[in-house]
Design a binder for this molecule. Structure first.
Ligand SMILES: [Mn+2]
Length: 348
C-alpha cells in the first residue's frame, strides 16, 4: 500500500482513538533523544490543534542532548514532562520505539493500560504488545519527527514555532545533519522551514564542546581494538568502553572502520549494551542491516535490540558473570555480519 494512504488511514484511526479516550499519555523511549522529544511534543500539539480541550499527559525523561535542545533552542520550555506514569491509562501512545519495555522505566510500577498506539521509524518488531490497537512503523522515514511533520502537512495544520524547532532538531540529529536524508526528508524539512525558522537556529546550539570523559572514551575505544577483521574490502572492528558507547562507536568509523561495534558491560548486573555503526557505502553495497543483527542478539540474551541498517543498538543479560564477555559476544556478532557482507555483495 502506498505510504501516504497508510498514513492517512492511520491519522483517522489515531484521531478517533483520541476522541474516544479520556486518560491519554504520550511517551517516547527511555533516555529520550531529540527525535523522541520532538515526536512527543509534536504529537501533543497536533492532537491539541484538533481537540483543543483534550487533556493529554506526557511521560518522558530526556537524555543530555534532548535536554539541551529543550532548554536552549525552545523559546518557552514550560512543558510538563512527568517521569512516572499514572496508575491507569486509557490510551498510551508510544513514539520512536515499538517496544513497550523501552518506554516503561524498570523501577516504576507498570500502569494498567487499556489501548496502545505505536508511531515509529525503526525496524518492524516480530510481535507487538497485544494491547496495540493501531501502529504506524515506517522504516523509510528518517525519524519519528519527520512522520509527525507529515501529519501536520496532511491535515493542513501549522505547528507553532517551538514545535517546528523541535521537529527540525529531531530530523537533523537522526539524519546526522541531513547526511542520511532522502528526497522526502528534505521535502518534509522544507515544510518546516517555510514557517520561517532556519536550520542554523538548531545546528548552532547542537555543536557542543565534547566533554573530557567523552574524549577519553573515544580514545580508549580505539586503543582497545584487539583485532582488525577483513571481510572482502571492508574493515570491521570491535572494542569496549564503559560509557559513551555511541560516541566511541562513531569515532572508530571516523578513523576508517567500515563497521564498528562497541560493547559495554556491567559486572554487577551481568548486563551488556552494544552500539553499532556501518558506513553508508557498505550499506548500499551489501545486505547488512545492523538493526536486524542487534535485534537477534538482544532477544537471544533476554534483552532487546534494533535500529537502522547503518546505526543500531542492543542490550541484554549474560546468564552468569562473564568477565570475558567480549569472547562470548564478538564471535556471535561477527558471524552474523559475515553472513550478510560475505554472502551478498552488490557491485555497481
Ligand atoms: Mn528516532
Amino acid at each position: 500500500m502506498n505510504s501516504n494512504l497508510t498514513i492517512r488511514n492511520f491519522i483517522t484511526d489515531l484521531i478517533c482513538s483520541v476522541k474516544d479516550s479520556s486518560l491519554i499519555v504520550i511517551t517516547g523511549h527511555n533516555n529520550a533523544d531529540p527525535d523522541a522529544l520532538a515526536a512527543v511534543m509534536g504529537l501533543k500539539e497536533f492532537l491539541n490543534q484538533i481537540y483543543p480541550n483534550k487533556k493529554i499527559d506526557l511521560v518522558l525523561n530526556l537524555n543530555k542532548l534532548a535536554e539541551k535542545i529543550y532548554k536552549e533552542i525552545l523559546s518557552d520550555p514550560k512543558w510538563n514532562f512527568s517521569k512516572t506514569y499514572p496508575e491507569k491509562i486509557d490510551l498510551l501512545i508510544i513514539t520512536d520505539t515499538s517496544d513497550l519495555g523501552m518506554a516503561i522505566q524498570k523501577e516504576s510500577t507498570t500502569p494498567i493500560i487499556q489501548n496502545i498506539i505505536v508511531i515509529d521509524h525503526h525496524v518492524n518488531p516480530i510481535k507487538l504488545d497485544n494491547r496495540v490497537k493501531h501502529s504506524l512503523i515506517l522504516s523509510e522515514y528518517s525519524s519519528t519527527a519527520e512522520i509527525i511533520t507529515k501529519f501536520f502537512q496532511m491535515q493542513e495544520l501549522i505547528p507553532n514555532r517551538d514545535i517546528v524547532l523541535a521537529l527540525l532538531a529531531g530530523i537533523i540529529t537522526d539524519t546526522g545533519h541531513f547526511r542520511y536524508a532522502t528526497k522526502d526528508t528534505l521535502d518534509n524539512a522544507k515544510f518546516l522551514l517555510e514557517t520561517g525558522v532556519s536550520i542554523s537556529e538548531v545546528t548552532e546550539k547542537l555543536n557542543k564542546k565534547m566533554a573530557r570523559s567523552e574524549k577519553i572514551a573515544r580514545l580508549k575505544g580505539a586503543n582497545r581494538i584487539q583485532k582488525i577483521h577483513y571481510i572482502h574490502d571492508y574493515i570491521v572492528v570491535f572494542s569496549h568502553v564503559s560509557s559513551y558507547e555511541a560516541s566511541a562507536c562513531k569515532a572508530l568509523i571516523d578513523l576508517g572502520a567500515d563497521v564498528s561495534i562497541i560493547l559495554s558491560y556491567v559486572p554487577k548486573t551481568h548486563e551488556f549494551r552494544i552500539s553499532s555503526r556501518a558506513k553508508g557505502k557498505l550499506i548500499r553495497e551489501t545486505s547488512l542491516h545492523l538493526g536486524e543483527i542487534m535485534k537477534i542478539i538482544g532477544e537471544k540474551y533476554n534483552g532487546s535490540g534494533g535500529g537502522h541498517d547503518g546505526a543500531a543498538g542492543a542490550y541484554g543479560i549474560l546468564s552468569n558473570d562473564n568477565k570475558d564477555y567480549m569472547s562470548e559476544l564478538v564471535p556471535e556478532i561477527l558471524k552474523l555480519i559475515k553472513k550478510e557482507i560475505g554472502a551478498k555483495v552488490y557491485y555497481d
